[in-house]
Design a protein around this ligand. Structure first.
Ligand code: NDP
Ligand code: MG
Length: 387
């Protein structure tokens, strides 16, 4: 039995991971889980999966949960600090980090201080602090479908054999559209992803292709490869999850139906590959696969990520922070869709982008102050109507 902890158990990835654990109850045991605000889910989750501990990471939700009587079912209830301590000591054999946002870095960081494998869905961990996590890469198994594909293609290959990593992208709901078509799109339209059902932040990032930009940074740190050797292509069918091009000119790819339960299962069971009928892939679907270049004029996100990687250690984290805020502002009606790019371009020109903090704690301080700056920028542009 492998003891598994799931962080962000109430999210899209977290719920699918619980499903996987349920299907493979002979293989996995849920050691612990975290929720942020959705404490109303806890009684049901506890009754169903019988974890040894649960963490409530939002301080107010944690207080409320305790005030309301918490639980008396012999389950340990942890705060955010308690969770970090648990992660660094005994979280089980595998920790799945399915928290959303750069704050997820700390869970990855503490989990890697102990002996557990880190099944990493939270791509922002590497975007924020890849410089500090990459030394532990032998214990990180990616869950992001593209990186799971690359990881599988790279197994057994020497680093010198790799010419290029090729990420695939669905293209999102606005594939084929030009800037003029995107002026007035609503959050509802942007949330309508053609293939994947995911959390709000990553769904908007898929519409702007910032998701692919963050994945480029993720791949850079995860596989130790320069961004000049990473490219991305649109592949609307989402069957080929990514490819590796080798120096002899051959390509390896990983194909499967677009179902996140597969990379989740792969990461939780690694290095084993359990048999499963859940998402069978059929050869005839191969005839419908095609690839097209990304329209980087309309969707400049990848270039923004490359510039950030060239600037400094802090720049990818600050670009991500600006994106998190811009996405929230767009969802709240305070920014238009294309203004997300305007905000990110402005962010890249700020002097903070040239800083190289010494520790993740220093970076967090810089990032927090930068978040406030981005908020003020968006607010002042709204007043002037100038974004
Ligand atoms: P969701 O928004 O669906 O879920 C986010 C989870 O994180 C929830 O459990 C939420 O708790 C918790 N959470 C939110 N804020 C915080 C916080 N400040 N501290 C701790 N926990 C928090 O996200 P997804 O499942 O879509 O995505 C999770 C991660 O996986 C992201 O990094 C995303 O990029 C990545 N990913 C997702 C894919 C997908 O298909 N969804 C595919 C590939 C990668 P609560 O609900 O209790 O408030
Ligand atoms: Mg992905």
């Amino acid at each position: 039995m492998r003891r598994v902890s799931i962080l962000g158990a109430t999210g899209s990835i977290g719920r699918q991971a619980l499903e996987v654990i349920e299907v493979f109850s002979d293989r996995f045991r849920l050691e612990g889980l975290s929720v942020h605000r959705q404490i109303q889910e806890l009684p049901n989750l506890i009754a169903r999966y019988r974890p040894r501990w649960v963490a409530v990471t939002d301080p107010r939700a944690y207080e409320r949960f305790l005030e309301e009587g918490g639980l008396d079912q012999g389950v340990e209830v942890l705060s955010l600090e308690g969770l970090y301590e648990k992660l660094a000591t005994d979280p089980g054999e595998v920790v799945l980090n399915a928290i959303v946002g750069a704050v997820g870095f700390w869970a990855s960081w503490y989990a890697l201080q102990g002996p557990a494998l880190l099944a990493l869905a939270n791509k922002e961990s590497l975007v924020f602090g890849g410089a500090w996590l990459s030394p532990y890469r032998a214990r990180i198994i990616p869950v992001d479908s593209e990186h799971s594909a690359l990881f599988q293609c790279l197994l057994g290959e020497a680093p010198t054999a790799v010419a290029r990593l090729i990420l695939t992208a669905s293209g999102g709901p606005f594939r084929g559209q030009k800037a003029a078509d995107l002026n007035g799109v609503s959050p509802q339209q942007a949330l309508n992803h053609p293939v994947w059902r995911m959390g709000n932040r990553i769904t908007i990032d898929s519409a702007t292709l910032m998701n692919k930009a963050l994945e480029l940074i993720e791949a850079h740190w995860l596989f130790g490869i320069s961004h000049h050797q990473i490219e991305a292509w649109i592949h609307p069918q989402c069957i080929v999850h990514s490819l590796v091009e080798f120096v002899d000119g051959s390509l390896k790819a990983q194909l499967s139906l677009p179902d996140m339960r597969l990379p989740i299962l792969y990461a939780l069971a690694y290095p084993e590959r359990p048999s499963w009928e859940g998402a069978p892939y059929r050869v005839p679907q191969l005839s419908q696969l095609y690839f097209e270049p990304i329209d980087e004029e309309t969707f400049p996100s990848l270039q923004l990520a490359r510039k950030a990687l060239d600037k400094s250690i802090a720049a990818p984290a600050l670009l991500n922070a600006a994106d998190e805020i811009a996405v929230d502002a767009f969802l709240g009606g305070a920014l238009r869709f294309l203004d997300i790019f305007g905000t990110l371009e402005w962010a890249l020109m700020q002097p903070e982008m040239n800083e190289n903090p010494r520790s993740p704690q220093d970076l967090a301080q810089l990032e927090n102050a930068f978040r406030e700056k981005v908020q003020s920028y968006i607010a002042s542009c709204r007043v002037k109507g100038s974004l």
